[in-house]
Write a protein that binds this ligand. Structure first.
Ligand code: C2E
Ligand code: CA
Ligand code: CA
Ligand code: CA
Length: 279
């Protein structure tokens, strides 16, 4: 399967020509990090715009290598998709995030949702639904609190099998979000057929709100479109009050962004969000 990120990777690889050693090192390191459980998840709160309260969090992968330093997921996820590690990473993330969410909900008597990013490549792999079902049974999370975020795919990858997979996940009680909406391939036709529950407006559109009139027009159109299709809307990357006001005015349901909180480690999320005390 092809993805935008795969293409980013190819661009990157073209720049890396003659640097195969570093490439191999990266693959070995990532493989080790996965095996030794040294990858981490950070969690960014998701806020209900009507009530102002936290309804859940998005799990975001963090990789700090002692030798290579911090590697952002935008950099190593496309690489993992290309070298075949992405499915193992996806399983690891699902297990880790659901385990953590279950602990938090049990400890604090909450019903927080946890959103996990899954590569289109992974979700298109046979056996994906069975794997998710196993992870749910294993971690005992309420499937109604699990969300899966998938980025837009090209029409070519949009098969009957994929629709069936999405339907099967939904019938388990899982919520499906279309991530990075507006940045990829999704046409209106695609959106009509793709059985998602939530549209996630990409940060780039949120940033445009303060830059002029067309920014607001775009946001307003995207939210109207989502609502016409009976989808809920999450806006990501909210940093300013002005952005928040525009989103609220146009009926956006949920927001994430630095205005509320950066993605936080387990300890910081526990202290700063759940215990509401400063560390
Ligand atoms: P995304 O899913 O669109 O995630 C949103 C990104 O925006 C995250 O970057 C987040 O830290 C950042 N962000 C959130 N709020 C703000 C804000 O107010 N301002 C700014 N400037 N940035 C904000 P991050 O964590 O570096 O992740 C980048 C991308 O890597 C993600 O984009 C996602 O596509 C991918 N990714 C991250 N974790 C995973 C994972 O576990 N699995 C997969 N397959 N992809 C992942
Ligand atoms: Ca996401
Ligand atoms: Ca995004
Ligand atoms: Ca993204």
């Amino acid at each position: 399967a092809k993805s935008t990120r795969g293409n980013q990777y190819k661009l990157y690889r073209a720049n890396m020509d003659g640097n195969t050693d570093k490439w191999l090192l990266l693959e070995t390191k990532l493989h080790q990090a996965l095996k030794n459980d040294t990858l981490e998840l950070h969690y960014q709160p998701k806020i209900d715009l009507k009530t102002g309260s936290i309804v859940g969090m998005e799990a975001l992968l963090r990789w700090n290598d002692p030798e290579l330093g911090y590697m952002p997921p935008d950099y190593f996820i496309p690489f993992a998709e290309e070298c075949g590690l992405i499915n193992d990473i996806g399983v690891w993330v699902l297990r880790k995030a659901t385990t953590q969410a279950h602990i938090w909900n049990q400890t604090y008597g909450l019903d927080l949702h946890v959103a996990v990013n899954i590569s289109p490549i992974h979700i298109s792999t046979g056996g994906f639904v069975d794997m998710v079902r196993e992870v749910i049974a294993e971690t005992k999370i309420n499937p109604n609190t699990l969300e899966i975020e998938i980025t837009e795919m090209s029409m070519l990858d949009y098969t009957e099998e994929l629709i069936q997979t999405i339907e099967d996940l939904k019938s388990l009680g899982i919520t499906i979000s279309l991530d990075d909406f507006g940045t990829g391939y999704a046409s209106l036709n695609y959106l009509k057929k793709f059985p998602v529950d939530i549209l996630k407006i990409d940060r780039a559109f949120v940033q445009d709100i303060v830059s002029g009139k067309s920014g607001i027009a775009m946001i307003s159109a995207m939210i109207s479109l989502a609502h016409a299709l009976e989808l809920k809307v999450v806006a990501e990357g909210v940093e300013q009050e002005e952005e928040l006001n525009v989103l609220r005015k146009h009926g956006c349901e949920f927001v994430q962004g630095y205005y509320f909180s950066k993605p936080l480690s387990v300890i910081d999320f526990t202290n700063e969000i759940l215990e509401k005390k400063d560390t």
